[in-house]
Design a protein around this ligand. Structure first.
Ligand code: EPU
Length: 358
């Protein structure tokens, strides 16, 4: 395993903020995860597990512990009783369903590309989401009507409490909107996911599609809904709306959408706020819409810019400090609260402040 010292968190995260991490360890095999935790334990240091840093914010004070980066690679398909590296699999023998297992350090989008290339449906609408496969179940990534909870079977994880490797089944993950047992509640931060298994189906995404995908299909008279073709459409929609973290510093959606019960939904409707209803009468309010209505879309705030294409995205143009982020965030939260009465919640997670003196 590779150990580096005093590495800026800004260089590890797509929002490009944050002071130094005391140690950064890159793990390339499941066995190295236990070694990395041993390293931290022997020195009495805290740990923080990270994938691609696409949904993580660092503090100016840095992290006086060990950041562990998951760089474990490989994608396998179940054939007979065993797992075969996907590039060696006999494609003709794959059936109507496949069980695909990827190691946590794989790029999420490479995993999606592979699934689409094999011709299986289930994650094609999740194309081009930044980050790693291991991080995908943590916040139950979702977009354009799909989320990983619809296809995930299980995950392999290192349990930092018992120091054992375990399999966690889907029904033990408590997956909901941007939430899971891995990022919420008493087990938050306890498990290091090093492999994820999904079940995908031969076939196509079914209409009606998510609204922006449906609009695209109608505009361009698309008729082929194969996984690869849906992937192409999603990539175009995303390229048009969402900044690519390779070119622009951001953490994707910076705020979560707002969910309300039936009373809240009725109330929103009377105020003219667009609402996406569930079967139970409750619904989702797009935080991007709220921010836009406040006149903040495209605005510059303390070195950040509210994206002029998608108001949920906060772009770091020139800010160097978490303090600036704090001020930009507070301005948006306060403005939306004052105009509409909703309190926006942040989507990306934050590496806790941990200084040497502590
Ligand atoms: N809207 C506006 N103004 C905006 C943005 C959105 O009015 O600036 C309204 C529009 O009515 C639009 C609706 O919000 O039709 C929905 O917008 P969009 O489809 O772009 O989705 P979103 O709710 O802004 C969520 C996810 C994204 C995901 C998209 C597509 C969250 C926090 N974000 O955004 O995920 O890609 O849906 O499914 O749920 C991420 O988590 O980092 C992320 C990018």
């Amino acid at each position: 395993m590779e150990i580096r010292e005093n590495v800026p968190i800004a260089s590890l995260t797509t929002m490009r903020l944050g002071g130094n991490a005391r140690y950064v360890i890159s793990v390339k095999t499941p066995g190295e995860i236990a070694q990395a935790y041993d390293f931290a334990r022997k020195r009495g240091l805290a740990t923080w597990m990270m994938g691609g840093g696409a949904n993580t914010i660092g503090h100016d004070e840095g992290f006086a512990g060990v950041i562990i980066l998951n760089e474990i690679k490989g994608i396998f398909v179940k054939q007979g009783d065993g797992l075969v590296a996907v590039e060696d699999a006999d494609r003709k023998k794959l059936g109507d369903e496949i069980i695909l297992t990827g190691m946590g350090g794989e790029s999420w989008d490479d995993f999606v590309r592979m699934a689409c290339d094999l011709g299986y449906s289930g994650i094609e609408a999740l194309s081009m989401i930044p980050g790693t496969l291991g991080a995908a179940p943590v916040q139950n990534i979702g977009a354009y009507g799909q989320d990983i909870s619809q296809v995930i079977v299980s995950a392999e994880a290192y349990d930092t409490q018992t120091e054992q490797v375990i399999t966690i089944e889907k029904n033990e993950m408590r997956l909901s909107y941007r939430r899971s047992r891995f990022n919420y509640g008493e087990d938050k931060g306890r498990f290091v996911i090093f492999a994820v298994t999904v079940k995908l189906t031969k076939g196509e995404l079914q209409r009606p599609f998510y609204n922006s995908l449906e609009r695209y299909v109608e505009k361009y008279h698309e008729t082929n809904f194969s996984p690869n073709n849906i992937r192409r459409m999603i990539c175009e929609i995303r390229r048009d709306k969402l900044p690519d973290p390779k070119d622009v510093a951001s953490a994707g959606s910076f705020f979560k959408n707002v969910f309300v019960d039936k009373t809240g939904a009725d109330e929103a409707e009377t105020k003219g706020i667009p609402i996406w209803r569930n079967a139970d009468g409750g619904g989702k309010i797009n935080s991007g819409w709220l921010i836009e209505q406040c006149g903040l879309k495209g605005k510059e705030l303390f070195g950040f810019r509210v994206s002029d294409k998608a108001a949920l995205v906060l772009i770091n143009e020139s800010a160097k400090s978490y303090h600036d982020l704090d001020r930009a965030r507070q301005t948006i939260i306060d403005t939306v609260k004052e105009k509409f009465g909703y309190t926006l919640n942040q989507e990306p997670v934050e590496i806790p402040i941990l200084t040497e003196e502590k």
